[in-house]
Design a protein around this ligand. Structure first.
Ligand SMILES: *[C@@H]1O[C@H](CO)[C@@H](O)[C@H](O)[C@H]1NC(C)=O
Ligand SMILES: *[C@@H]1O[C@H](CO)[C@@H](O)[C@H](O)[C@H]1NC(C)=O
Ligand SMILES: *[C@@H]1O[C@H](CO)[C@@H](O)[C@H](O)[C@H]1NC(C)=O
Ligand SMILES: *[C@@H]1O[C@H](CO)[C@@H](O)[C@H](O)[C@H]1NC(C)=O
Ligand SMILES: *[C@@H]1O[C@H](CO)[C@@H](O)[C@H](O)[C@H]1NC(C)=O
Ligand SMILES: *[C@@H]1O[C@H](CO)[C@@H](O)[C@H](O)[C@H]1NC(C)=O
Length: 563
């Protein structure tokens, strides 16, 4: 297999050399009046030789230069990382696995190890992540790396004429797509001004589907945040695009947002899985040690299925998930969602994707536990407990359908814990602030507005649907927000939401998302352990002990410790 990889990589290098030859016949002086120049190579594919200067967006016929042989879509992420996306059409790489030693080969003989991070459901692309070598970090342009198991065999020129384009997460781009029965959801960063809630009108927009040679244009029916809904190309048009990978991009008037999103015509799903009444969806990243407690607890209280959006966890998520499936027969789906700071878009994705398999969806994080004071006298948890919060049996007028249940949160403090409590967060953190803060929600997926608009864990609903606020006597969310310093630091280092600032950035110091009284320095305050502590609240601790406590030879333990 390695020999094959090497051979194909050599072909890549060869095609790059061919490109250099093509480009070098070009006289750069003749282009001074043009912002950019296009060159067609012998395969009639279009390449950019000069980047647009004043606009982030490219002209329509420039948008698909990446389908040249051997060049993978590569996206520069924050913190000098680069994602390299390997198409399943690249057979030579499709057998590569995380067990192989693979390297990114960059320009100027620089290399770094490539970590396999996951497979994107939409395109089936395999994603590898590399750190950008130190000596390249100051460069204006980084070329897409080559992946190889024998990096010493390659040399990538840093020749400026070799202008293959990498994508950069800090500028506008189309990053993912999802096909439904009716339309294609396209996820695009930077086209709408999210934080100002200013959305472009769909009439200004078009969707482009292209195989690199032919392009099909369809209408946009909805534009909100990072979510755009496009019509499918017709059967004939899809047929015309052939078996090649079909890239899909958003066109704004005359310019096109660069795209690493691929179109997959809807696979007709003949077997309809049984629809679950209540599911839970959440973003996860390196939270494996919290997962057993959260999943076991909520599963026993009535979550029928869990849908995790995993952002390239590296702490054995799959093992924890497999064990929960095996030991407890819990239905868990893990979806690879590698896009930084795209929580809202991920929720939109999950809302539309789970429409067929779940009736209601709970959106809470893995440090949040739903708790009702009314449960404290029950000897056992029951699968009707969470469902009792749903307005299923509340008789309502047809004009007042309930589509969303909102549950308010209590924020717990470090409660003098120095490290992650081994018995679990419900056992370790017992001191909280007095006031209820923010709410989390359980949403009827069919009630969600077609825009899929959501903010801070709640969705905009279709006309005719209403949200219901649950009073704290009926239920609250225990949010273990400010944990032992070692945990808190890791958790808050990078916030997942697209619209809240990094806590170390000195912007928006009054925001609710900020930790009150914490400056901008990641240094443990002296009194951290006692902070956010106004009320001793042992409610869930005692209840969880009754329901999930075990007496073993070593003494008292919780079921989720039994790993
Ligand atoms: C990279 O390696 C090639 C071949 O080993 C060598 O000729 C070249 O000088 C090296 N370039 C740099 C920038 O180190
Ligand atoms: C985006 O990232 C590139 C390289 O990673 C950098 O050169 C550029 O200045 C960044 N642009 C913005 C707007 O931050
Ligand atoms: C696109 O065109 C519409 C009307 O044709 C115009 O109102 C809008 O400002 C244009 N948008 C851009 C980004 O040029
Ligand atoms: C995730 O966890 C792994 C294993 O503990 C660690 O090596 C990695 O640095 C963590 N990643 C982040 C972004 O914290
Ligand atoms: C995903 O992880 C990366 C670090 O590896 C981080 O930059 C990013 O904010 C995370 N995104 C989400 C949605 O968790
Ligand atoms: C809802 O009503 C149905 C009958 O209409 C009943 O079987 C079910 O137990 C009720 N569920 C709850 C949670 O009250």
């Amino acid at each position: 297999m390695f020999g094959k990889v090497r051979l194909i990589s050599l072909l890549c290098v060869f095609s790059i050399i061919v490109s250099i030859l093509i480009f070098s016949t070009f006289n750069p002086n003749s282009q001074s009046n043009f912002r950019k120049e296009l060159v067609r190579n012998q395969h009639n594919q279009i390449s950019i030789t000069q980047e647009p200067s004043s606009s982030q967006f490219k002209d329509a016929d420039e948008v698909f230069p990446e389908q040249r042989n051997g060049v993978h879509d590569s996206v520069i992420l924050p913190d000098f990382e680069i994602l390299v996306m390997v198409s399943p059409h690249h057979n030579q790489y499709s057998s590569l696995d995380f067990d192989d030693s693979i390297y990114c080969v960059f320009q100027s003989n620089s290399t770094s190890p490539a970590k396999f991070t996951g497979v994107l459901p939409s395109s089936r692309n395999k994603f590898f992540k590399c750190s950008i070598p130190n000596n390249l970090r100051d460069l204006k342009s980084i070329h897409p790396p080559i992946l190889s198991t024998s990096p010493e065999d390659y040399y990538l020129s840093s020749d400026e004429s070799l202008k293959e384009k990498v994508f950069s997460w800090n500028s506008s781009m189309c990053y993912d797509s999802f096909s439904t029965e009716e339309d294609v959801i396209l996820f695009v960063k930077g086209a709408n001004k999210n934080h100002l809630a200013i959305n472009r009108s769909p009439s200004e927009l078009k969707c482009l589907f292209s195989n690199g040679v032919n392009t099909v244009i369809t209408s946009v029916t909805s534009s909100s945040q990072e979510v755009f809904r496009c019509l499918h190309p017709s059967e004939t048009e899809i047929h015309g695009l052939g078996d090649e990978k079909i890239r899909v991009a958003l066109q704004l008037n005359d310019s096109v947002v660069p795209s690493v999103a691929y179109y997959r015509p809807l696979a007709r799903n003949l077997i309809h899985p049984e629809k679950k009444q209540l599911c839970a969806s959440t973003m996860v990243h390196n939270v494996s040690k919290f997962l057993r407690e959260w999943v076991i607890y909520h599963s026993r209280l009535g979550i029928d299925k869990f849908v995790f959006y995993d952002n390239g966890s590296e702490d054995g998520l799959q093992d924890v998930v497999n064990k929960l499936r095996g030991d407890y027969n819990i239905d868990i789906e893990v979806i690879f969602w590698p896009w930084p700071k795209t929580q809202e878009a991920g929720f939109s994705h999950s809302a539309i994707r789970s429409r067929e398999s779940c009736t209601w969806m709970m959106y809470t994080d893995v440090d949040e536990f739903v708790f009702s004071p009314k449960w404290v006298n029950s000897l056992e948890p029951s699968s009707g407990m969470l469902k009792s919060l749903l307005p299923i049996n509340i008789s309502t007028l047809p004009s007042q359908k309930m589509g969303q249940v909102m549950i308010f949160c209590y924020e717990f403090g470090p409660s003098d814990q120095k490290v992650h409590p081994v018995e679990g967060v419900t056992q370790g953190y017992t001191c909280r602030s007095r006031k209820l803060n923010r709410h989390k929600s359980i949403v009827l997926l069919d009630a969600i507005d077609t825009s899929l608009f959501n903010v801070i864990h709640h969705f905009e609903l279709k006309d005719g649907y209403q949200s219901k606020k649950v009073i704290s006597r009926d239920a609250v969310v225990n949010h273990y927000k400010y944990q032992a310093w070692s945990e808190f630091q890791a958790k808050f280092k990078r916030r997942v939401s697209a619209y809240v600032a990094d806590w170390t950035d000195p912007v928006n110091p009054m925001s609710k998302d900020r930790t009150p009284g914490l400056g901008f320095e990641p240094v443990e305050p002296k009194d951290w352990g006692e902070r956010f502590c106004e009320v001793q609240d042992m409610g869930l601790k005692m209840l969880a002990q009754k329901w999930f406590g075990l007496v073993s030879s070593e003494g008292h333990i919780m079921v989720w410790q039994d790993a």
